[in-house]
Design a protein around this ligand. Structure first.
Ligand code: FMN
Length: 193
């Protein structure tokens, strides 16, 4: 399977860096082809410019600045996101990736007023993520990153897509044992691809 991994964390010695490394290694170990996109390392520009916004609704030209990122998604069979939760959402660089790459006629098609998913090639998605806060606090706020990583992404993928949301909450009070258990979950999920 061709798996597109999208990773967003600025520090190479962070826990997320270790999760990213583990995910890529486990997917390769399971025999998959990994197309690994490290947004910080690639210096991805997350800002939707005035020109990007002007051409956003025109499928003939809207991919012009991001065609390579679109192609990487369109040739993937699975998608793995790895990122921390910042301000109960995706880090800005990842949010900007979605703003700029998930375009009309790319992530969704609108034909005669009917919306359909654009990435029918993607049959499995996993999010690997960490929160500072405990789960109950995220729950009270509606846990927007969980909804984005599950419901929103599901809506633009293959109708039968399998979705995993692997989240380690309460990183502000975490223990080595909890982090080890979580890494085991991540490894097992990647090996199950
Ligand atoms: C800019 C910033 C914003 C954050 N906002 C949140 C937040 O809204 N909710 C939360 O649970 N944790 C928040 N955190 C805590 C991070 O989620 C936590 O530090 C991270 O998951 C730990 O992973 P790391 O060691 O790989 O960075 C924030 C951290 C930073 C740096």
């Amino acid at each position: 399977m061709k798996v597109h991994v999208i990773y967003a964390h600025p520090l190479t010695d962070s826990f997320n860096a270790a999760l990213h490394e583990l995910a890529v290694r486990s997917l390769k170990q399971a025999g998959h082809e990994v197309d690994d996109l490290d947004l910080y390392r690639e210096n991805f520009n997350p800002v939707l410019s005035a020109e990007d916004r002007e051409i956003y609704h025109d499928p003939a030209i809207n991919q012009k600045h991001v065609a390579n990122y679109v192609r990487r998604l369109q040739t993937a069979e699975a998608l793995v996101l790895c990122h921390p939760v910042w301000n109960f959402g995706w880090p800005a660089i990842l949010k900007g990736y979605f703003d700029r790459v998930f375009l009309p006629d790319v992530s969704f098609k609108l034909i005669d007023g009917v919306l359909s998913p654009g990435f029918s090639n993607i049959r499995r998605i996993s999010t690997i993520t960490t929160y500072g806060s405990p789960r109950h606090r995220a729950f009270i706020l509606g846990d927007p990153p969980r909804k984005n990583g599950t419901r929103f992404l599901r809506a633009v993928m293959n109708r039968r897509v399998k979705v995993d949301y692997l989240a380690l909450y309460n990183m502000n009070n975490t223990t080595l044992a909890a982090r080890d258990r979580f890494m085991g979950r991540v490894r097992d999920t990647m090996l199950s691809y």
